[in-house]
Design a protein around this ligand. Structure first.
Ligand code: BGC
Length: 449
């Protein structure tokens, strides 16, 4: 048996993350309204192989067994999202009691299995009706409706939930509305796309307020954000300083509003007429104090000081190692530097790695197993990076692996595999991969094994 390295702090939180649209299926069951993804996935050519979210991995009907498996693997924290159109089919107005009942069953099952739910209000699935009627996130009405939805959710489940997440990766709203990447696939002007982004940040602030007003005593709330950090190519003090500067410039436009309650003035000046329209009171809402700051870290860039003494990013063309998705260069040290730079630049308090994972090519052995040694190796390196950051005393409190099950990977459909557990085509049988057993051992040892 390999000796375990230095353990993580005794109260370190190990979890897995997933989202409603990617795993639930049952896209029109029990009164659920369509989301922008239900519509977008039907646009010819929008998603690989024309894959839809209709059935997905059928978590809607299999959640009990899924949570039993989580428990068997020793997973005690699960980040899930609630589907807005399941609760409010039109995003506003009538409430769908069957949707409300479904999440109550889900949450009760998690408790029965000794798993703490970390409930995210939003993971990409805007009710289609809000898109059609008001024009989606570019409309100022959306954060208002979102606020009512969050209040309803917190009031309804406060007895079962004390960990809340406002929005997953609000920054992606810019790509959805400005670059036609992901639902609803619009290519609006930068001005409109920045406004959509601003409204997502405002929605985050409203969600924080809903938890503060209606959450039960001891409730905590945080956001999940996906900035890209530049890390030192070689860890000299000059390169570290260069990487911090390069990172800061990239991350400030979205980190400043959350953590300082304002957009950087240089950014607004650069955007000129494309800058988001915002008021002081909105910025105050956006900058509301959270209980932790969540970072989704899949990749990173390298920086160094060049011969002229200037900080410079290093290009990483193939064959620099990548995963099975082209956007993911493998930079496991990014987890360490992301947490350290976030702490040094913003001191937001507790920091979580709210997502990290790897897309692997996959095949079943003749015995029907999946030996994903690539995921194990990558995960081991990432966790050593997390271990380093905790050992050095940074306030890094949690790691959530993306993801438990192979699932709907947005525009890549079911073709990309991020899960610790494979899903058999047809039967949808759950098959824990070797990496699931690895993660199980890590959790049990509270150390990188
Ligand atoms: C998202 C997930 C996604 C994962 C892998 C994250 O940015 O939150 O929904 O599946 O990355 O692409």
């Amino acid at each position: 048996m390999i000796a375990a390295t230095t353990p993580f702090p005794a109260d370190f939180i190990w979890g897995v993350a997933a989202s409603a649209p990617q795993i639930e299926g049952a896209h029109d069951a029990d009164g659920k309204g369509p989301s922008i993804w239900d519509v977008y996935c039907r646009v010819p050519g929008a998603v690989a192989n024309g894959d839809t979210l209709d059935t997905s991995i059928d978590h809607y009907h299999r959640y009990d067994a899924d949570f039993r498996l989580m428990r068997e693997l020793g997973i005690r924290n699960y980040r899930l999202s609630i589907s807005w159109p399941r609760i409010m089919p039109d995003g506003e107005g009538p409430i769908n009691q069957r949707g409300i009942d479904f999440y109550r069953r889900i949450l009760e099952s998690l408790h029965r299995n000794g798993i703490r739910p970390w409930v995210n209000f939003y993971h990409g699935d805007l009710p289609q009706s809000l898109e059609e009627k008001y024009g989606g996130w570019p409309s100022r009405r959306i954060p208002e409706f979102f606020s009512s939805y969050c209040e309803l959710v917190v009031k309804t489940y406060a007895d079962l939930v004390d960990r809340w997440i406002t929005i997953n990766e609000p920054g992606s709203i810019y790509a959805n509305y400005g670059l036609a990447i992901g639902a609803p696939g619009r290519r609006e002007s930068p001005r409109i796309a920045h406004q959509a982004l601003h409204h997502a940040l405002l929605a985050h602030g409203h969600a924080v307020a809903a938890v503060r007003a209606h959450g039960r005593t001891g409730s905590q709330v945080g956001v999940v954000h996906n900035p890209t950090f530049t890390i030192p190519a070689i860890e000299t003090s000059e390169n570290i300083e260069a990487a911090r500067k390069l990172s800061h410039r990239d991350i400030a436009p979205l980190m400043d509003p959350f953590l300082k309650g304002c957009y950087p003035s240089w950014w607004l000046d650069e955007l000129k007429e494309n800058a988001p329209q915002c008021t002081e009171s909105e910025m105050k809402i956006i900058g509301a104090q959270c209980d932790w700051f969540g970072l989704n870290i899949y990749s990173g860039m390298y920086g160094c000081v060049n011969e002229a003494g200037v900080p410079e990013k290093v290009s990483m063309p193939p064959p620099y190692p990548r995963s099975d998705v082209s956007w993911q260069c493998l930079v496991p040290d990014a987890l360490y530097w992301a947490v350290r730079f976030t702490h040094e630049l913003y001191s937001p308090g507790d920091i979580h790695i709210s997502e990290n994972g790897l897309a692997c090519k996959q095949q079943f052995t003749p015995a029907g197993e999946v030996h994903d040694v690539d995921r194990i190796q990558y995960l081991r390196h990432c966790l050593r990076s997390v271990q380093r950051v905790t050992a050095e005393g940074y306030p890094m409190k949690a790691y959530f692996h993306w993801t438990m099950f192979d699932n709907y990977e947005w525009i890549d459909g079911y073709s990309k595999k991020f899960g610790l557990v494979a899903i058999r085509d047809g039967s949808l049988e759950r098959v824990p991969k070797l990496s699931a057993k690895f993660y199980q051992r890590v959790i049990a040892a509270n150390a990188v094994v």
